[in-house]
Design a protein around this ligand. Structure first.
Ligand code: TYD
Ligand code: MG
Length: 470
């Protein structure tokens, strides 16, 4: 009989190596390689068929009824799932530890349970008493959610198979689930894959919706949820800054709906509350008189969202100037700085640059380029931008400005919130002219944008005077 072999698997990225190494060649993580027993190959023990059976090939057209949806009644959540959960689907909900995944799921399950659906919450992390305490705090103790604290995969599946199949099962978290048939430790890549696979199979065969919670890990001690993204039907990430109240649920994969849709929540004492007007909240505590801030009219999924981009440019005391970015892409900032330097003569090489997107939001659109550039120039020159102005558009490496999609939706949202001026690339003009309530400024290139920012010189004089007298 063949000797049971083992492999060495990186707990951060899932790469397999034949022997132990201190640093993973694939992702560069240190000390993330762990020895794992090899799972039995698929179909082992079954004699291979000599010939496969022929399967029916069908056309693309057919009459498949649209699946009914399970609506939670939490509008922000239902939008992200694409109009409710699909029976028999598997959904992964990832996020940093402590961001509020368990709270969100418990609130959603309680809503479903109150509508008469059979829902089960399996907690592998917290004891029953802890979950009950949370439910009490959220005012949900009366919701008929069936609760268990268990981590053994076989026991969980056996329990779920008893009686009528539940409509929804939440597994919190999938990284705590372990199967006795697999030799490696709970939280390892093999265990995570096997657990997720068995749960997905259960979902498909019984028509139960499985919600798997997964912690995003940075140190590689436990396997990350990215390893099972390909197995599930939808992947939602719950993001936010723990220092802020706002939480954003974002769909990054959805076989039954649009991706990039977001739901905005606010973490309050009594759990997560929906935020119906996120733009208003993200702009809530704006300091309009200070240079360095610009309002970006963005689009998240199908929804326009206005956010404030804050920058600070200060002379560097270090040999290499510092670039710190929160909520935006660091390499896009480097690109914007390079274009400002090469095409506009705004050289920030000797300055530390800090960039922050207010409210803990993470902006992914290149459309934020113009707002970032304007904020940088504003901070550098001490010229504050007009408070009632929004910006959007992409900067190309040649220093010209490029229009972006959905200009009208962005402007409508800005007008709704009382903004009067918009700075947009010239290409967007035909679309935005329809919106007559705002005055539109269309710089043709980045250098024109820089000049426009410099025309607001009010604070520059104040700053120069302060510097001279101190
Ligand atoms: P939790 O749902 O346990 O996070 P996760 O499952 O993602 O690890 O939420 C943890 C945080 O949320 C915790 O720091 C406390 C905070 N919280 C509130 O502020 N209000 C509440 O009503 C609840 C239940 C939690
Ligand atoms: Mg939790």
């Amino acid at each position: 009989m063949a000797k049971p072999s083992s492999t060495f698997v990186c707990q951060a990225c899932g790469a397999v190596t034949p022997r132990w190494v201190g640093r993973c060649d694939n992702c560069g993580g240190w000390n993330t390689i762990v020895e794992e027993g090899t799972a039995a190959p698929l179909g082992s023990g079954v004699r291979p068929r000599a010939r496969g059976r022929s399967i029916e090939l069908v056309g693309l057209k057919g009459t498949t009824p649209t699946p009914p949806r399970l609506l939670s009644g939490i509008a922000e959540l239902d939008r992200v799932t694409g109009g409710g959960l699909v029976p028999g689907s598997a959904v992964l909900i990832g996020g940093d530890p402590g961001i509020g995944k368990s709270t969100l799921i418990l609130q959603a399950l309680a809503r479903h349970a109150l509508k008469g659906e059979r829902v089960v919450y399996v907690s592998g992390e917290e004891a029953v008493a802890q979950v009950r305490l949370r439910a009490e705090r959220l005012g949900l103790s009366d919701a008929p959610v069936l609760l268990a604290a268990e981590t053994n995969l076989n026991d969980i599946l056996a329990t779920l198979s008893e009686g009528p199949p539940p409509a929804i099962v939440a597994i919190d978290s999938v990284q705590t689930i372990w199967s006795p048939e697999i030799e490696s430790a709970p939280g390892s890549v093999s265990q995570l894959r096997a657990g997720a696979e068995a749960l997905v199979r259960f979902a498909k065969t019984k028509g139960t919706t499985i919600l798997m919670i997964g912690h995003v890990t940075k140190d590689g001690q436990i396997a990350g949820p990215r390893l099972i993204e390909h197995m599930v039907d939808a992947v939602l990430y719950f993001e936010g800054d723990r220092g802020h109240r706002f939480r954003i649920l974002r769909a990054v994969k959805n076989r039954f709906g649009p991706t990039d849709e977001i739901g905005v929540f606010e973490m309050a004492d009594s759990g997560l509350a929906e935020v119906e007007n996120p733009s208003g909240l993200f702009l809530g505590d704006r300091d309009t008189a200070t240079p360095g801030a610009a309002v970006f009219a963005g689009i998240e999924g199908t929804r326009p969202l206005l956010v404030e981009v804050q920058t600070l440019v200060s002379p560097s005391t270090l040999g290499t100037a510092r670039r710190a970015v929160v909520g935006w892409d660091g390499s896009r900032l480097a690109m914007t700085l390079a274009v400002l330097d090469t095409h506009c003569g705004v050289s920030l090489g000797g300055y530390d640059v800090y960039l922050n997107v207010a409210g803990g939001l993470r902006v992914r659109e290149p459309a934020a380029d113009i707002a970032v550039a304007a904020a940088l120039v504003s901070s550098f020159t001490g010229c504050p931008l007009p408070p009632e102005c929004v910006l959007f558009g992409e900067i190309s490496l040649s220093g010209s400005l490029r229009s972006v999609a959905q200009g009208e939706a962005r402007l409508k949202e800005a007008a709704k919130l009382g903004f009067k001026t918009a700075v947009v690339p010239p290409g967007a003009i035909s679309e935005v002219k329809k919106n007559s309530s705002m005055s539109i400024h269309t710089p043709k290139s980045l250098i024109e944008l820089v000049r426009w920012v410099q025309s607001f010189e009010r604070n520059k004089l104040v700053r120069a005077t302060v510097a001279a007298t101190s």
